[in-house]
Design a protein around this ligand. Structure first.
Ligand code: 4NP
Length: 164
């Protein structure tokens, strides 16, 4: 993450090895393709601490690589108190993550919290990106489908809101 400038977007899931690093990689790719890299700070974190320092799950990396995203350099970390001031948008993958974030977040920053798919303007009945960890390859593909759609919608929403 580069300095304090730019619109800070933090994606959050449970382990920071499947969904949120995927969202970080896919959203960063969309932002770069739009030539908006310097306008954003993009990162991800987990609410749990089981996988600290680990790269994304091999199943996540494989699925992402097949669609042209390199998640290899990312390393899992846990959300920390400073994140709530550092990032303007703190976007949870599911309702459990959002509930945990609300518990950890200082009152003055709760307005920064949302579900990723709600912030993306998704019209899906469910606004959750389901945890694929115990699933099969189809669950990882579904995560990527939802995140690619969500990243597109999120970038459109933020471009409009910030006049980019
Ligand atoms: P993520 O998936 O929250 O999308 O990174 C998970 C990764 C690990 C675990 C659960 C979910 N786990 O229980 O270790």
């Amino acid at each position: 993450m580069n300095g304090k400038e730019g619109i800070g977007v933090l994606f959050v899931c449970l382990g920071n090895i499947c969904r949120s690093p995927t969202a970080e990689g896919v959203f960063a790719a969309r932002v770069a393709a739009a030539g908006l890299g310097p306008r954003f700070r993009i990162d991800s974190a987990g609410t749990g601490d089981w996988h600290l320092g680990k790269p994304p799950d091999p199943r996540t990396r494989r699925a992402a690589e097949a669609r042209g995203y390199d998640l290899e350099p990312l390393r899992a970390r846990r959300i920390e108190p400073a994140d709530f001031a550092r990032f303007h948008y703190i976007l949870a993958m599911d309702n459990l993550n959002l509930r945990d974030l609300k518990r950890l977040c200082p009152a003055e920053s709760t307005g920064r919290l949302d579900l990723f798919l709600r912030a993306s303007g998704s019209l899906h009945a469910s606004l959750e990106v389901p945890d694929p960890y115990s699933g099969d390859a189809s669950h990882f593909e579904r995560v990527l489908d939802l995140i690619e759609q969500g990243a597109h919608g999120l970038l459109m929403a933020l471009r409009e809101r910030h006049g980019l």
